[in-house]
Design a binder for this molecule. Sequence first.
Ligand code: IPE
Ligand code: IPE
Ligand code: MG
Length: 250
Amino acid sequence: MSNTVSNNIQHLAVIMDGNGRWARMRGLPRGAGHRAGVKTVRQLIGACEDHKIEYLTLFAFSSENWQRPKKEVSVLMDLFVSTLSKELSELHKNDICLKFIGDLTRFDKNLKQAIEKAEERTRDNKGLKLNIAVNYGGRWDIVNAAKQRAQKVLDGDLAIDKIDESDFSQYLHLSSMPAPELLIRSGGEKRVSNFLIWQTAYSELYFTDCLWPAFDKKELDKAVQWFNSRQRRFGRTPEQVDDDKNIKLA
Ligand code: IPE
Ligand code: IPE
Ligand code: MG
């Protein structure tokens, strides 16, 4: 019975890895891999609509990525600005609502303005909620939430016993959305690299060797098919989950 009801993906999170290796294999500079990766994002957005995915969160730049050579960081920053200016109208036309998560304070004025403009223009759109994680780190997200709650306690406005998982999680990024049911990482590494470490506590983790610029609709279909074959137990036994499904189907 467990395969007769599809799992539902409302929220897909993706670690887009493998751009550099994709470029190197072709004798191209790493920047060419990042540019090719942008094309993949465009295709993925369309494919998400086919799968009725409502929220898509993409890891575009981690807080650790500042450690890359200055030149690569600057290529990436320029690519963010140029992509936003090129794609914004199309995203808006497709009713997509853009949101950036991460510590934006370190970015230069140009990029900050482009981000602000994109969020402002697409704010009321009702289609896909597209979250882009830039200068994002899962640990930073948690520390940031902890600081906000600690301040409330210091101000005398919050009893420490009132802080529980449900209270605390409201101060993390993406708190207004369901937690990602599926996390995909391309590029062959089997790690989370400080992405949404709280929010993916119960996500299904799908790792593929496919390098990000080559990740197409077929690859997404494969990941979704794999996800649909998972039994999500949340601590219960397989029999309990099956019984629950039978009751829902009856
Ligand atoms: C992911 O691809 C893109 C970013 C981190 C910005 P990489 O640039 O990490 O590609 P590889 O892992 O070196 O192939
Ligand atoms: C993770 O990829 C970050 C993004 C995809 C933006 P990395 O290539 O930076 O990850 P590590 O350093 O290999 O773990
Ligand atoms: Mg990488």
